[in-house]
Ligand binder design. Sequence first.
Ligand code: NAD
Length: 358
Amino acid sequence: MHIGVLKEAVARERRVALVPDAVARLVKAGDTVTVERGAGAAACFTDDAYTAAGATISDARAAAAANIVCKVQRPTDAEVDLFPAGTVVIALAGREATAALETLAAHQVTLLALERVPRTTRAQAMDVLSSQATVAGYKAALIGASALPRFLPMLTTAAGSLIPAKVLVLGAGVAGLQAIATSRRLGGVVTGFDVRAAAAEEVLSLGAKFLAPEAVAEDASAAGGYAKELAADQQRRVLAAIDGAIAAMDLVISTAAIPGKPAPRLITTAMVERMKPGSVIVDVAAETGGNCELTRPGETVEHRGVTVIGPLNLPSTMALHASQMFARNVVTLLELVRKDGKLVLDLADDIVKAMVGE
Ligand code: NAD
């Protein structure tokens, strides 16, 4: 197979789809890899490292001429123009993708959309949503800790004893569980919450408390372990539980999401106004509208002494490890579609079928 790697074209995207180690693995398996000059630079991978791994460094046109092109973000219109008909692109499709997908189809380019990898055990090693959510949860805890005007851990010093910060993590999926683990490692006293019953056990297993088991919905899980939108009375129970706990919290990290829908609103302005001055909210769901009513995606808002942070593309801020994990997912996918050294998109395979949207 001939695999191309393009430099990411959109703002704030520092990741690269394949790192040198991944290239070496593909080359060893008999693939040819062409990398656009500087593609890994923002993620700390030099052209020399790609060359040493067996890749050819070239311009975008040569990298786009491969039969499979790997990217993080979906191709821009300018990139689509570079692709010969029949190119297969592996990338995230992103939100509001309809027009972009139509452009790709018009150019006879097939997109294997990485967010459509099914949530099955076999597909787990190809699941970029999970690997990147791990990065987001970790980074959210660090951002929260550094924005707080206080320590996270309990400290006993000659200058007095300091009590640990209280941290509430809303949504205990991949990002939320990582935010819980990271906040615990930093010494915070952590409480987690999720509407899915299965998440409660995972929160407790990390040594955190679970907020309001009575607000968990037995039927909150949809296909693939994702949550679904809540009925109105259930939503009221969830909001009441958060309302009852939030005023005591120093840091709230919210990660609640429902696939294909706007983020559920879990933190109202009235709740924020009950929080202590100096408290911090890190809204990991900012990209899909935010879990907090006051979140402005990509901005930091101060409201009556409370800092509300709405970070975008957290994985890109840790581009080295995020790319390494992303690349491992992509290589596993490439190994799935490589049959006797050639690219074969077998639509009888549930993973391939889901990714091409058939
Ligand atoms: P996600 O990013 O879609 O959502 C984050 C969390 O928000 C979820 O846990 C969800 O239940 C929660 N949430 C939604 N609405 C909420 C509300 N109103 N209040 C509180 N919480 C709310 O989810 P995710 O992190 O991608 O994963 C969800 C589940 O899928 C997890 O159980 C995870 O272990 C599982 N998973 C399975 C696989 C696999 O089998 N291959 C891979 C990844 C994740």
